[in-house]
Design a protein around this ligand. Structure first.
Ligand SMILES: NC(=O)c1ccc[n+]([C@@H]2O[C@H](COP(=O)([O-])OP(=O)(O)OC[C@H]3O[C@@H](n4cnc5c(N)ncnc54)[C@H](OP(=O)(O)O)[C@@H]3O)[C@@H](O)[C@H]2O)c1
Length: 214
């Protein structure tokens, strides 16, 4: 699958490495000139292309928005047309770990705001609930039975594509609901946020049931 990754920091790099290792056609981008990212494939140890944000999004079936919360508006606004893309949103509305790092979004669900910034795209929230080194420890070549990844979104077809993408890196998607319901459960301060371990799909479903009944 052709995948564009916007943001080449901790989250973007790990997902880029996992997805390229699984044979996907990955283009990475950041806030910088693509020429300054020329060493990235060697650093990641996989075959990825580098480009500007519009180049990463161009022709991509799936785009991953791996940028800080405060950069989402700037990062998405350089793309003229988001129509038809599936956008994976791993972001959390925080500036740093801990209670002081939470960015006030007025009680809204963060992925709702992201959806407004990519009109015509279908947003699926995923990969946001667990620190990326822990997530990496359960996916791809490291995969064992603890490989669940929560996803939320309004479009079942888009969630199916993202679930297949997660399966391609040896994970199992666990659906938490639509973008508002699941997004609230998965989002900053939600009962499925800040999960500091990989879970089996059964464990993740049990935690989801507990979260829904809270
Ligand atoms: N790290 C984790 O464990 C983790 C876990 C769950 C969720 N998340 C979420 O994942 C997102 C990314 O986190 P991270 O830890 O990967 O951050 P990071 O290491 O700071 O990387 C952020 C990346 O975003 C890029 N960026 C910033 N502004 C941009 C713009 N206007 N256009 C294009 N790219 C831009 C940066 O580009 P430059 O390199 O050019 O500065 C950098 O490559 C955040 O929303 C975070 O809440 C992270």
């Amino acid at each position: 699958m052709k995948i564009g990754i916007v943001g080449s920091g901790k989250m973007g790099s790990v997902l880029g490495r996992l997805l390229a290792s699984a044979g996907h056609d990955v283009t990475m981008s950041s806030s910088r000139d693509p020429e300054s990212m020329a060493a990235l494939p060697e650093t990641l140890g996989v075959s990825v292309s580098v480009g500007s944000v519009p180049q990463a999004v161009e022709g991509a079936e799936v785009v991953i928005l791996a940028v800080p919360w405060t950069a989402i508006s700037a990062a998405t606004s350089v793309v003229d047309d988001w129509t038809g893309r599936i956008v994976i949103d791993p972001t959390n509305n925080r500036s740093k770990p801990g209670p002081d790092g939470v960015i006030d979004i007025g009680g809204r669900v963060s992925s709702e705001i992201v959806q407004e910034l990519v009109p015509g795209a279908r947003v699926v929230k995923a990969f946001n609930t667990t620190p990326i080194p822990i997530l990496e420890s359960g996916l791809g070549a490291n995969a064992n039975g603890a490989n669940a990844v929560y996803i939320a979104g309004d479009d079942d077809d888009a969630k199916g594509v993202v679930a297949a993408l997660i399966a391609s890196i040896d994970g199992v998607a666990v659906d938490t609901g639509d973008l508002v319901t699941g997004g609230r459960l998965q989002g900053t301060g939600g009962p499925l946020s800040a999960v500091f371990e990989m879970m089996t799909p059964d464990e993740a479903k049990a935690r989801l049931s507990d979260a829904i009944s809270q």
